[in-house]
Design a protein around this ligand. Structure first.
Ligand code: URA
Length: 215
């Protein structure tokens, strides 16, 4: 099957999904949107009210802030693919439950197989926790991990995971806002720019040997 056909099939399955209770209260499922050839994917938690109304990810207040953060580092929202761990809105914007996350996860895994991203920006602790467990990393907390780059293997390919705060939690909290802006400026921007270089020009990850070698 062509990649475009696989995307269509997958998006249709998501739009018509009835595998968990969230389908009962949702208006629209939200598969994701953006540049499917991007090396970068942003993954949030679950659609909110506006996303549920429009069927698009990150289009409410948190989405406006995410768009601003992406522009702050010199890119456009359309440059990247944007999706969520859970594709339907939990009622009242409650946290997604574990069984809802597990039921929805195969959709994200298929999206990642098609996208083969080199960088995943995990927005918020739910996305961080799920992506760490998918790649065999141990999640501690957002305070411990935000703004750091974690090299991992995902379905056989190398990927860099950068956890940062969820734009909704940082929106009205000045100290988290400062943290998320700094993560974008100091870490996410540089990681994207580095990964955009041809492989021969990228910095090699240092191994233990490099530290023991005499120069
Ligand atoms: N919050 C999310 O995690 N995702 C959205 O799409 C919107 C708000």
């Amino acid at each position: 099957m062509l990649v475009e056909e696989e995307w269509l099939k997958l998006e249709n399955e998501i739009l018509n999904c009835r595998k968990c209770r969230l389908h009962e209260s949702r208006r629209r499922a939200v598969p994701g949107e953006g540049n499917k050839n991007s090396i970068v994917v942003f993954i949030g938690e679950a659609p909110g009210e506006k996303e549920d109304e429009l069927g698009r990810p990150f289009v409410g207040a948190a989405g406006k802030f995410l768009t601003e953060l992406i522009e702050l580092i010199g890119f456009k929202r359309q440059d990247f693919y944007i999706t969520n761990i859970v594709k339907c809105r939990p009622p009242g914007n409650r946290d997604p439950l574990d069984d809802e996350i597990q039921t929805c996860l195969p959709y994200l895994i298929r999206q990642l197989e098609l996208l083969k991203p080199r960088i995943i920006v995990a927005l918020g602790r739910h996305a961080g926790r799920v992506l760490f467990s998918l790649t065999g990393l141990k999640w501690v907390s957002m305070t411990a991990h935000h703004g750091k780059v974690f090299s991992a293997k995902l379905m056989g390919f190398d990927v860099k995971i950068v956890p940062t705060y969820h734009p909704a939690s940082a929106l009205y909290n000045p100290s988290l806002r400062k943290n998320i802006e700094e993560d974008f400026k100091n870490v996410i921007k540089k990681t994207i720019e580095e990964e955009q270089k041809p492989k021969s020009e990228r910095k090699q990850a240092r191994t233990l040997l490099d530290f023991t070698r005499k120069t």
